[in-house]
Design a protein around this ligand. Structure first.
Ligand code: TXE
Length: 529
C-alpha cells in the first residue's frame, strides 16, 4: 500500500513480548528478563501531508530507513519533488494570507492546541515506538520525551491566549500609541535526527500559537513522527494548509525550502555548516527571518566543594543521554584540580554501570548511534584523541551486539585546549577532562570555544555558582543539574550556536513581528496653513 495516511498503518507498539535482554551491563548480571518491544514485521510506509491531505509515494523515490539498533528496515518515506515542495509552500502561503488561522481568536487556536496535546497523549506509545526505531534512542527515554511534548502543546495553548503587545498612554493628549504583535507568516521548519519529535514540539506549538502557517521538513532518516504529528493536528481541527510536511533530503527539499521566496521565516536546527548555508540562502533570496539552533561544545564545571556523587551522576548523564547526540550534551568536563583524578574515576565508574544496548528494551539507558555517518565521525574523533596524546580512561570502543551500531561511553584524560576532541563538537558519548585551579581559569576554559549553547556548574557555594553563571557565555545554564528543561524556559545559543530562542513566551514572540500604531486624538495641527 502506497502513501496512505499514517493512522491506517499497522501499529506494532502494543505487541509487547518478554525476551531476554540483549545489552551489555557492566557490573550487572545478565540473567533477569525484561520487557522488550517487538520489531515491526514489515516497514511502515508513509505518505506526505500537504493542504490537509495525504499524498502517496506513487512514482517518487523512497527512503528506506533501517533501525540503527537492529539493522532491519522500519520505515519507508517518500522523497518529495520540487513540485511537492512548491505545493506545500503555496498551501501554507494561501492559508496564511486568507487568515484562516491567524484570523481566529487566541482562544480558538488554544482549543486546537489543547486537542493536539490530547492527541499526542493518546498516541504517545506509538510515537515513542517509531521514534526509537528510527533514531535508536532507548524506548523509556522516547516515552519521556513524548510526555514532555504534551506539556509543550498545553503551555503553548495558554500563550495563544495571552500573547499581547503594549500601549503608550504617555505621548501627550493628542496621541495614543499601540504596539501589536503579528504572526510573521509562512515558517519553514527544518529539524535534525537527534530529537525528531522533541525538537519539532519545541517549535510547532509555539509557531501555531503565534498564528503562523508551517512547512516542516524533518530529517530524511527520522521523518515518521513528524508525519504522525501532522495527522494528530489535522484530527485536532487544524485547518488545511496550516501545517504541511514534506519529506526528502537536505540538499534537495531542505535547500529548496531555505531558498524559497514565499517563506517568511526559517527555523533551522542542525549542523553549523548547514546553518551557514541557511544564512546565505536568506541573503540571496528574500531576507527571510531566521531562527538557528546549531552546534555546542558545552562545559560541565565541577568545583571541589560540589556534592561529587551528584555531580558524577549528572556529568555521566549529561554525556550519555541520547548517546551524546545532543546539541546541549555536556561534553567538556572542567574540574577543580584538587579532586580531578578522584572525580574522573567516579565518572568512569558511572560509565561502567550504564546499561548500553537494545533501544527496545525498557531498561536500556544508552541506545544506538543514529546514523552510519555519525558512528564513523565519533570513532574518528576517538582515534584522533588517542593520536593527539589524550589518555583513554574508559570506553573508546565499538560494542558488538551482533546487530546495530553502539559505542561505549568514553572518557579522555590529559586533554589540552588545543586538541581536536576539546574543540570540535563530537556529537557522541565522548567526554574530555580538563583540570582548573581558579574560578577565573574555569571560566576562561569554558568560554574558549566558538559555541555558546549550554553550560552546567556544580558547587555548593552559591556565590561561585552565580559568578560562573554570569560569566560563562551560554544560552542555557544549569546549576547542580544538567539537561533539564520544560515548556516555560527558552532554548537557544550565544556565539556560533545560533540565533533566536525557542519555547516559553520568547518562543512565541520569535514568530511574531512588532507593529507600532500611532493614533492621533482630536483635530490635526495643520502642516499647510
Ligand atoms: O546535520 P545536518 P547532520 C551536528 C552534529 C552532527 C552534524 C552533522 O555535530 O555530527 O551536525 O549532522 C537538513 N539545506 N548536529 O549531517 O546536515 C537535513 O536534511 C537545508 C547538531 O545530520 O545539518 C536535516 O533535516 N537543509 C544538531 C537537518 O538539515 C539541509 C543536530 C540537519 O542536518 C541542508 C544534528 C541544506 N543544504 C546535527 N542540508 C543540533 N544542533 O542539535 C541538510 N539539511
Amino acid at each position: 500500500m502506497n502513501g496512505v495516511p499514517a493512522s491506517t498503518q499497522p501499529l506494532k507498539s502494543n505487541s509487547l513480548q518478554i525476551r531476554f535482554p540483549k545489552f551489555l551491563r557492566w557490573g550487572m548480571k545478565m540473567s533477569d528478563s525484561s520487557i522488550v518491544l517487538s520489531l515491526p514485521d514489515q516497514p511502515r510506509e508513509f505518505g506526505f501531508f500537504v493542504d490537509g491531505s495525504w499524498s502517496p509515494i506513487e512514482s517518487r523515490e523512497v527512503f528506506e530507513r533501517f533501525s540503527p539498533g537492529h539493522g532491519v528496515p522500519v520505515t519507508r518515506i517518500p522523497k518529495c519533488t520540487d513540485a511537492d515542495l512548491d505545493a506545500a509552500v503555496n498551501a501554507a502561503r494561501k492559508a496564511f494570507d486568507d487568515r484562516r488561522w491567524s484570523g481566529l481568536s487566541g482562544a480558538d487556536r488554544a482549543a486546537v492546541l489543547l486537542k493536539a496535546a490530547e492527541g499526542v497523549r493518546t498516541r504517545a506509545e506509538e510515537i515513542a515506538y517509531w521514534e526509537t526505531l528510527e533514531n535508536g534512542k532507548p524506548i523509556s527515554q522516547a516515552r519521556a520525551e513524548v510526555g514532555g511534548c504534551v506539556g509543550m502543546f498545553e503551555y503553548a495553548s495558554g500563550l495563544a491566549r495571552s500573547l499581547h503587545g503594549d500601549s503608550f498612554n504617555n505621548l501627550g493628549d493628542g496621541m495614543f500609541g499601540v504596539v501589536t504583535r503579528e504572526p510573521v507568516g509562512v515558517v519553514g521548519v527544518i529539524t535534525p535526527w537527534n530529537f525528531p519529535f522533541l525538537i519539532l514540539c519545541e517549535r510547532i506549538p509555539y509557531i501555531l500559537a503565534a498564528g503562523c502557517t508551517i512547512v516542516a521538513k524533518p530529517s530524511e532518516v527520522t521523518s515518521a513522527t513528524t508525519l504522525i504529528l501532522a495527522e494528530i493536528l489535522h484530527d485536532a481541527g487544524l485547518p488545511a494548509g496550516v501545517l504541511n510536511v514534506v519529506t526528502g533530503s537536505g540538499s534537495t527539499i531542505g535547500q529548496g525550502l531555505i531558498e524559497h521566496e514565499q517563506v517568511d521565516m526559517l527555523s533551522f536546527t542542525g549542523s553549523t555548516a548547514v546553518g551557514r548555508r541557511v544564512v546565505e540562502a536568506s541573503g540571496k533570496s528574500n531576507f527571510k527571518k531566521l531562527g538557528l539552533e546549531l552546534g555546542g561544545k558545552n562545559p560541565q564545571i565541577v568545583f571541589a566543594d560540589a556534592d561529587l556523587e551528584d555531580a558524577a551522576d549528572g556529568v555521566a548523564f549529561g554525556i550519555g543521554f541520547n548517546t551524546g547526540q545532543c546539541c546541549v550534551s555536556g561534553s567538556r568536563l572542567i574540574v577543580e584540580r584538587t579532586v580531578a583524578e578522584k572525580f574522573a574515576s567516579m565518572v568512569a565508574e558511572k560509565f561502567r554501570k550504564v546499561r548500553v544496548g537494545d533501544p527496545l528494551d525498557e531498561r536500556t539507558q544508552v541506545g544506538a548511534i543514529t546514523t552510519d555517518a555519525q558512528n564513523t565521525t565519533i570513532m574518528g574523533y576517538i582515534e584522533k584523541g588517542r593520536a593527539e596524546g589524550a589518555t583513554l580512561i574508559h570506553g573508546g570502543e565499538q560494542l558488538d551486539f551482533g546487530h546495530g551500531q553502539y559505542i561505549a561511553p568514553t572518557l579522555f584524560g590529559n586533554v589540552t585546549s588545543e586538541m581536536t576532541i576539546a574543540r570540535e563538537e563530537i556529537f557522541g558519548p565522548v567526554l574530555t577532562v580538563m583540570p582548573f585551579d581558579t574560578l577565573e581559569e574555569a571560566v576562561a576554559i569554558a568560554n574558549d570555544t566558538e559555541y555558546g549553547l549550554a553550560a552546567s556548574v556544580w558547587t555548593k557555594n552559591i556565590d561561585k555558582a552565580l559568578v560562573v553563571t554570569r560569566r560563562v557565555q551560554a544560552g542555557r545554564f544549569w546549576i547542580n543539574t544538567t539537561l533539564s528543561g520544560g515548556p516555560e524556559l527558552p532554548i537557544g545559543g550565544f556565539k556560533q550556536s545560533g540565533w533566536g530562542r525557542e519555547a516559553g513566551i520568547y518562543g512565541v514572540e520569535e514568530y511574531t513581528q512588532v507593529k507600532s500604531v500611532h493614533i492621533e486624538i482630536g483635530k490635526r495641527t495643520p502642516w499647510v496653513a
